[in-house]
Design a protein. Structure first.
Length: 650
């Protein structure tokens, strides 16, 4: 008996240690124990990003955006909403019902910063904020600043109340912070709130009001830490129950909010773009834990509608300003809404689909969204944000320092902060190289063999990549290299010997006995390409977009004498002749610029004329194309991604 007690004591004494070891090893999503995850995540801290594209963007986020956002969050009264309830501030509630989520998302971003680098001052600030947040928690577990006092009667009663949305962000922030520091204070508070909702709603089978998906994926991420089945069940409850009758939900609400009916009744992406992307992310998390075949089937069906008729070439989602909604199939106007949060949701969903399948069609979408529709959301200096990300502008100002609905700024910050965690993955067979950037991976294979990868490249400006593979001991495994879907041709070699089988949009599985010093080299054809849209996208008829590597390009008025509205590309069938590329270190933070000999429509033409009447008043014009993400960094001027074209003069 004494021996048993002694061994129990011994095991208990180990418990905090194993937790401590664990939080450091968890990726952006921690799917190590998810039975239906084909690949496992690599923690952010296992990847050191070297100089280059994302290093500069993340530096701007850490040095400017994160500190600047806290000032603006404070100025908006978001933290005072908490202080009001603890008596530290005598101020009325300010902001929308989802204001709490702004500080949670900001903490999320700081968690990713601290997973990459030490910042004791930031650590202290966040610790203090967490104390102020947690102080508001009620004995029941409820934690929110809006529905108190005279508003108490509406608590968890209104479809638009966003309380579960706020909780989802609380959990995600708490989890990123826990994975950065091992500190569970906010995580424990979030867990108490989740347990309260479970007890009051799931256990009693009472409909839970939730007009904005978000808690689904967050509760499952919590489950991945706690292994408490209630946390998975809460997500299942939100994803599977039919709340139409109990909550008197009409068809438009169901459509708009992408919740309220069993997820498996969905057939396409629809409704509010962010809600749709977050729900799909949560549903994929549910599949990763349960393997539910109907979920898998629905996810696949809905994904096809995304990529075949509802996603912008930038990876953006959401055609309509009205209801911030995804439109009908092929409704993709270039004055797109394309909220930054929706592109981020698209990345989160496709990342989870990749985790479920190991397929490059999903990481291709992740890359598209990251480099374009998400990256465009933050100005080059990190101080201005796009809420909407149109593909065409008449010069109306789009970048702003802040918004009364400030969901996008901290969302962009947390996403760019998390980038190292997306670069590599592992599977039972080996390792995946998902994205290309100078970086060092210091991790291990799933069998525990230590593995270092040293990647050198100037991607996305240049297509050459070199990866030094260093296993702790010689071992047989597979290195899966993502061959980007956009790459017309690719060559891959190992130690100078060509490897056959590269196919755009697939992983190239290189299986061999790897030993320290082995070197993979890859070259992706980076020539600028002209892209056409499905002819059913009426707004892109007669136009092309220009893409070079993963980057979508655009023209801006500031680089042209002729109005952007009159510029056309003069395209030849020989891609090599269409563009001259020039890397300009001193321009827009250092970008590859494309030069093109096009033309401009000039003269007085009748606004309307019979079909076939000549409109051949053109003159040669030199076009300058810049990466789309860098638009409106030199003032608000007209801009276009989809450009009309004509055959070249010779
Ligand atoms: O409703 C919360 C957030 O505000 C949504 O995700 C955004 O689209 C914005 O409406
Ligand atoms: Zn947003």
């Amino acid at each position: 008996m004494r021996r048993l007690a002694k061994s129990i004591y011994f095991l208990l004494s180990l418990a905090p240690l194993s937790i401590a070891a664990d939080w450091r090893n968890q990726g952006v999503i921690d799917v190590d124990q998810s039975p239906y995850a084909k690949v496992h995540s690599v923690p952010v801290r296992a990847v050191t990003i070297g100089d280059g594209f994302w290093a500069s963007r993340r530096r701007v986020v850490f040095d400017h955006s994160i500190p600047g956002s806290l000032t603006l969050i404070e100025r908006a009264g978001v933290v005072d909403n908490f202080r009001r309830l603890t008596g530290k501030k005598d101020a009325p509630y300010r902001g929308p019902v989802y204001a709490d989520s702004d500080i949670y998302k900001w903490i999320d971003a700081t968690g990713y910063e601290l997973q990459s680098q030490a910042n004791p001052e930031l650590r202290k600030t966040v610790d203090g904020l967490i104390d102020e947040i947690v102080a508001v928690q009620e004995p029941s577990g409820y934690l929110g600043t809006k529905f108190t006092g005279p508003e108490l009667k509406n608590r968890l009663r209104t479809w638009t109340g966003h309380e579960t949305y706020n909780l989802g962000h609380l959990l995600q922030g708490a989890i990123a912070w826990y994975r950065a520091t091992g500190d569970r204070k906010l995580l424990d508070a979030g867990t108490r709130y989740v347990n309260y909702l479970y007890g009051e709603y799931v256990a009693k089978n009472k409909p839970l009001v939730c007009g904005h998906p978000e808690l689904e994926m967050a509760a499952i991420e919590l489950y991945r830490i706690t292994r408490d089945k209630r946390h998975l069940d809460l997500a299942a409850y939100l994803l599977k129950s039919d709340q139409r009758v109990a909550l008197n939900l009409d068809a438009e609400t169901i459509w708009y909010s992408y919740t309220g009916i069993p997820f498996t009744q969905r057939t396409r992406v629809e409704g509010h773009a962010v809600r749709s992307m977050y729900a799909l992310s949560g549903a994929t998390d549910y599949y990763l834990e349960t393997g539910d075949p109907q979920f898998r089937e629905t996810l696949e069906k809905v994904w096809k509608t995304l990529v075949s008729n509802s996603m912008y070439i930038t990876g953006g989602v959401g055609a309509r300003a009205r209801q911030e909604a995804i439109g009908e199939a092929f409704e993709l106007p270039n004055n797109a809404y394309g909220e930054s949060c929706a592109a981020i949701g698209n990345l989160m969903w496709n990342w989870r689909m990749f985790v479920a399948t190991g397929e490059a069609r999903f990481t291709d979408v992740c890359e598209r969204a990251l480099y374009n529709g998400i990256n465009s959301g933050l100005s080059l200096d990190g101080t201005l944000y796009c809420y909407v990300n149109p593909l065409e502008s008449w010069g109306v100002k789009t970048r702003n320092p802040w918004y009364s609905t400030a969901c996008c700024p901290p969302n962009i910050e947390r996403t760019l902060g998390a980038i190292p965690g997306y670069m590599y993955s592992t599977s039972r067979e080996g390792v995946y190289v998902n994205f290309y950037h100078a970086s060092n991976l210091d991790w291990h294979l799933q069998d525990g063999t230590g593995l270092k990868l040293a990647q050198q490249t100037e991607y996305p400006w240049k297509g050459d990549v070199e990866i030094q593979v260093t296993p702790a001991k010689a071992a047989e495994f597979t290195v899966n290299l993502r061959i980007p879907g956009w790459a017309p041709t690719t060559t891959v070699s190992v130690n100078g010997k060509l490897v056959a089988g590269s196919q755009a949009g697939q992983y190239l599985a290189i299986h061999r006995k790897w030993q320290a010093g082995d070197k993979i080299t890859a070259n992706f054809d980076m020539r600028a390409q002209l892209i056409t849209a499905d002819p059913r996208v009426a707004d892109d008829l007669g136009k092309v977009a220009v893409q070079r590597g993963p980057l979508v390009y655009c023209i801006e008025q500031i680089d042209h004498l002729e109005p952007v509205a009159s510029l056309r590309l003069a395209v030849t069938s020989d891609p090599a002749r269409n563009f001259a590329s020039e890397f300009r270190r001193d321009f827009l933070g250092g970008v590859m610029v494309l030069k093109h000999k096009g033309d401009a429509i000039t003269g007085d033409l009748p606004l309307y004329a019979p079909l076939g009447a000549s409109r051949a008043h053109t003159q040669p014009a030199d076009l300058t194309l810049i990466p789309y993400f860098a638009w409106e960094n030199r003032g608000a001027v007209p801009m276009k991604v989809w450009i009309p074209y004509s055959p070249a003069r010779n």
